[in-house]
Design a protein around this ligand. Structure first.
Ligand SMILES: *Cc1c(COP(=O)(O)O)cnc(C)c1O
Length: 417
């Protein structure tokens, strides 16, 4: 199926698409939640299924002409169940947040208690933050990491569970570089009769490859995005036990969504198909090697990493020891052609719009084909940029070298920009 950015009939839009493709090609993409989908996923996501209304579920639709939408959705479900060894899956959520919302609505009533990881310690907005539906509609409390180890404080999880008696405990995070002990969360949930939801949005690809413990045997519900390490289109999935299937499905549709994005579901099928191939394990293994190498190089260069390192596709630099803020670091890296994001470190005193940390991920660069030795060069670029914050001329020069460097790793060579 052809993919193209060529839109001669709409020069305004054509120019923007080309600029974005060039931006993605010329920069080092290190935002831990981003990735580059395959050309197959890209083209399926732009397919004629965008034209189809298919409210409902396979064989139970509210529209005619859904026979092929049914085939697509059943195939996607089958692949997701196989990949994660799950009893049931809903493949319709438009994003990770709506997957979480469906899980909350299936398991809870407004006003019920939830216990999730603090946003300030690496949790996600939808795990109970006051600005999110999860904190507005539910009585939320949050656990964090220990100050000494910067690992999840499992004693605190248990204490808060016993004190607040939540109906739902949530494990999973957006900027936690270590493996989460799901069995400990299960114990805490069982102790107080709560359900356990695991949000594996970030590390789903590692789980699929067997390189991160699967939460599926421990959790009542597992939610994920499909566009982070899983390397699919933007979207979400909910996995659950058979007994919760009906409740989850009803909350996704008609609970909070109308027609599913059948073209995106098709792209999910394409990505899940790739994730079921043996090469996907090699890819995920390479992500871990690349991140580990980056961690060693940054540590050798004098940077302190939160928790002292990483077990995953991401790491978090604590910039307090070098007198920088996350905001200053993000801006400097951007000028040097490296895209990353500022991020609070645990016990951060800076405002969340400034922060003291920088989150870096290796999933997207690994997709481009970078190996450990290439990460040495990436690390050198990062260190040089962080040592020259405010020196725009120097940062621009680094940016030019970055642009030369990334040419060795072609992105979407079939597309012309
Ligand atoms: C990214 C993320 C999400 C939300 O994903 P969206 O698709 O942006 O809604 C949910 N949970 C966690 C832990 C995440 O990291």
């Amino acid at each position: 199926m052809p993919i193209s950015t060529d839109l001669p009939s709409d020069p305004q839009l054509d120019a923007i698409l080309r600029r974005e493709l060039n931006r993605q090609r010329r920069k080092l993409e290190m935002i831990a939640s981003e990735n580059f989908v395959s050309e197959a996923v890209l083209s399926v996501g732009a397919s004629v299924f965008t034209n189809k209304y298919a409210e409902g579920y396979p064989d139970r639709r509210y529209y005619g002409g859904c026979e092929h939408a049914d085939e697509i959705e059943l195939l996607t479900q089958q692949r997701a169940r196989k990949l994660f060894a799950a009893e049931h899956v809903n493949v319709q959520p438009h994003c990770g947040s709506s997957a979480n919302m469906a899980a909350f609505f299936a398991l809870l009533k407004p006003g019920d208690g939830v216990l999730g990881m603090s946003l300030a310690h690496g949790g996600h907005l939808t795990h109970g933050a006051s600005v999110s539906f999860s904190g507005r509609l539910f009585r939320s409390s949050s656990y964090g990491v220990r100050e000494d180890t910067e690992l999840i404080d499992y004693d605190q999880v248990l204490e808060l569970a016993e004190k607040n008696k939540p109906k739902l405990i949530i494990a999973g995070a957006s900027s936690y570089p270590r493996v989460i002990d799901f069995a400990k969360f299960r114990q805490a949930a069982d102790r107080v009769g709560a359900c356990l939801m695991v949000d594996m949005a970030h590390f789903a690809g590692l789980v699929a490859a067997g390189l991160y413990p699967s939460p599926v045997p421990h959790a009542d519900v597992v939610t994920t995005t499909t566009h982070k390490t899983l390397r699919g289109p933007r979207g979400g999935l909910v996995l659950c036990r058979r007994g919760l299937a009906k409740a989850i499905d009803e909350q996704v549709f008609p609970g909070l969504q109308g027609g599913p994005l059948v073209h995106v579901i098709a792209a999910k099928a394409a990505a899940l198909g790739e994730a079921l191939e043996p090469e996907f394990i090699d890819y995920q293994r390479q992500i871990l090697k690349n991140t580990a190498r980056l961690a060693v190089r940054l540590t050798d260069a004098g940077y302190r990493l939160v928790s002292g390192g990483t077990d995953t596709h991401l790491l978090l630099i604590d910039l307090r020891t070098v007198g920088l803020t996350g905001q200053a670091a993000q801006t400097a890296l951007d000028k040097a052609g490296i895209t990353a994001n500022k991020n609070a470190v645990p016990f951060d005193r800076e405002h969340f719009s400034v922060t003291s940390g920088l989150r870096l991920g290796a999933a997207a660069l690994t997709t481009r084909g970078l190996k450990e030795s290439d990460m040495d060069e990436v690390s050198d670029f990062i260190v040089e940029a962080l040592r020259h914050v405010g020196d725009d001329a120097r940062l621009r020069k680094i940016g030019l070298r970055v642009e030369e460097f990334v040419k060795r790793f072609p992105l979407y060579p079939g597309l012309d920009a």
